[in-house]
Design a protein around this ligand. Structure first.
Ligand code: SF4
Length: 263
């Protein structure tokens, strides 16, 4: 029997101002991002994530509460100051945490950005995605204003995905399939964690899945790193991947070639 995806406790406090404008819970902002999407980008990291990836380098984004609540207009005003650096390819990326937990805000933010001709990119693990009800209607709406998705596939095997993140992956892979159906461009990202995601059999399965899609513009193998361990320590949480080494450049290159069907 297919496993039931547990529902998420959404934090719905303070998501709308009295005048109806949506509010975002912002974790942080990077004015000159160069790795999260094409060109130079204004990156907004939103708060809240239900996943518990064992290698998460931003566990301080998990909590959905935030003292910093901003409207789409306020964030756009900040972003536009950097517009002259964006060139033809750059723009705005919203990341997290898991940005889809604030989908109402995202719709308003990206709609207004598109009205100003700004390129919009969503960095997501798609954990809240399901093809039903109000969420799906909102997701379809959001896709009208989203130019590109950076799509994190944490593990191709659902049982292993659950061990690694706390959640199965069926709905996540279904989100990728849906994006392929509507022809929405995506970059697939995959964190290479020695002994966990680097097994050839898993990489080949992921390759097969990617090959079945028609919307993948780029594949990025990201090496697992330990730079976020101090954040786990600051939050008094034991780091689950202690002792797992970072992959070598050769391991990363081989995984990249496998996912691109070149090895
Ligand atoms: S989805 Fe991202 S923010 Fe959430 S736990 Fe995983 S790595 Fe961290």
């Amino acid at each position: 029997m297919e496993e039931q995806i547990p529902t998420i406790e959404y934090n719905t406090e303070n998501t709308e101002r009295a005048d109806g404008k949506k509010l975002a819970r912002v974790h942080s902002i990077e004015s000159f991002g160069s790795v999260d999407g094409p060109g130079i980008r204004f990156i907004v990291f939103l708060k809240g994530c239900a996943m518990r990836c064992q290698y998460c380098h931003n566990p301080d984004t998990w909590d959905t509460h935030s003292d910093e609540l901003v409207t789409a207009d306020e964030l756009l005003a900040k972003a536009i100051r950097f517009k002259s650096y964006w060139g033809a390819k750059g723009g705005i990326t919203v990341s997290g945490g898991e940005a889809l937990l604030q989908i109402d805000f995202l719709i308003e933010f990206f709609r207004k950005a598109k009205e100003l001709g700004i390129n919009t990119c969503l960095d997501t693990s798609a954990q809240p995605f399901h093809r039903t009800g109000v969420f799906f209607e909102k997701f379809e709406e959001l896709m009208k204003y989203t130019d590109l998705l950076l799509f994190d596939i944490k593990h191709i095997d659902s049982d292993e995905h659950k061990k690694l993140t706390g959640w199965p992956n069926e709905n996540i892979l279904d989100c990728v399939r849906y994006l392929s159906e509507i022809g929405k461009p995506i970059w697939i990202r995959h964190v290479l964690v020695p002994t966990i995601t680097d097994k050839e059999a898993y990489l080949l399965r992921l390759r097969e899945f990617i090959a079945s899609l028609n919307n993948v513009e780029k594949i990025e193998v990201l090496p697992y790193h330990t730079l976020g361990i101090y954040k786990w320590e600051n939050l008094n949480m034991p780091y689950p991947l202690k002792g797992i080494p970072e992959p070598t450049p050769e391991q990363v290159q081989l995984a990249q070639q496998i996912l691109e069907g070149k090895a």
